[in-house]
Design a protein around this ligand. Structure first.
Ligand code: NAG
Ligand code: NAG
Length: 297
């Protein structure tokens, strides 16, 4: 009798426990399904919004092929150099050493201290000497005296500048299988400084979508070396390939390069805070458009 009572008790207490367990299981099941759906949605949104080259990633080498436009056919074609079958956008971190970056950043900052646009975009072109100053350009080689010039371009600064340009050229020729003897530096090759100041002249409007080959017929390969960090030195100012919204988040030492035709339309977002420094290095296959390494020796 006692035993029977016990069993009954057990039976009685088991029944609601079984219901509870089933109830728990169905809640867990329901939450799991909800979680999976949410997770899938999150992954989808993140992948969709993930930059082509986020600042937080160290990118040894990333290349995305795009099909070449016919822009190049409007100009003389140079075999084994002019983009024809291989067009792409590429990003590389770690190509330029810390000390080289230090030297270049100082060179740019010191150079810009002698001028600067009234608007949000200034350039310093060491080949022509052009430096934005107010609403126009001055020639830094004329505006500065000997001691200022030798101070600005002191010691190894220009050697580093040449070396870095050659490293970038090496990355371009390597990636595109171009013999370095067939590729030349062209103009404009320059440092840029961008801020959130409103535009003063048309030169300040860097945020319009454009195609380098259309803007500068001589360009075949365009490259950029970033000298400051998106998200800490400045806000906004990301580089965007317009067709696929492929976004490059600038960071110190990051190099990006791409074929210059309309397969690579792009713009730079407006800088909304801080200062963005970068260097544009452009290349041509046409020896007629080649420029000397630099004016200052
Ligand atoms: C383009 O990509 C960026 C991230 O890289 C994102 O913030 C932005 O919302 C995207 N824009 C569109 C229209 O997809
Ligand atoms: C060069 O210009 C700077 C600034 O105007 C001036 O202080 C310096 O004395 C000048 N140096 C020479 C050698 O003329």
């Amino acid at each position: 009798m006692k035993q029977f009572k016990k069993m009954k008790k057990q039976k009685q207490s088991k029944k609601p426990a079984g219901d509870q367990a089933r109830y728990k299981t169905s809640i867990i099941y329901y939450l799991a399904v909800l979680g999976a759906v949410f997770g899938a949605w999150l992954i989808f949104v993140c992948l969709e919004n993930k930059a082509f080259a986020p600042r937080s990633d160290f990118i040894t080498s990333k290349i995305k092929q795009v099909s070449c436009s016919s822009d190049y056919k409007k100009y003389p074609i140079f075999e084994k150099c002019t983009p024809a079958t291989l067009c792409a956008r590429c990003v590389k971190d770690g190509l330029i050493s810390e000390s080289e970056l230090d030297t270049l950043t100082n060179l740019a900052k010191n150079g810009f201290s002698y001028g600067g646009s009234f608007g949000g975009a200034s350039i310093l072109d060491l080949h022509s000497g052009a430096l934005s100053a107010g609403g126009k350009f001055i020639n830094i080689y004329q505006a500065l005296n000997e001691s200022q010039l030798s101070d600005l371009f002191s010691g190894d600064a220009m050697k580093v500048y040449e070396k870095v340009k050659n490293k970038i050229k090496g990355a371009v020729t390597n990636e595109f299988g171009v013999d370095p003897v067939n590729l030349f530096l062209t103009k404009p090759t320059f440092f840029s400084k961008m801020t959130s100041k409103p535009a003063y002249t048309k030169h300040d409007e860097y945020w319009h979508s454009h195609i380098d080959k259309v803007q500068y017929g001589s360009f075949d390969y365009t490259s950029l070396l970033y000298l400051s960090d998106y998200g800490s030195d400045f806000e906004g100012g990301r580089f965007v390939f317009d067709d696929k919204n492929d976004t490059i988040e600038p960071k110190l030492g990051r190099v990006s390069f791409f074929t210059s035709g309309s397969e690579n339309p792009h713009h730079v977002e407006k800088v909304i805070d801080g200062t963005r420094y970068a260097m544009t290095v452009s290349f041509t296959c046409d020896p007629k458009h080649s420029i000397e390494n630099s004016l200052w020796q």
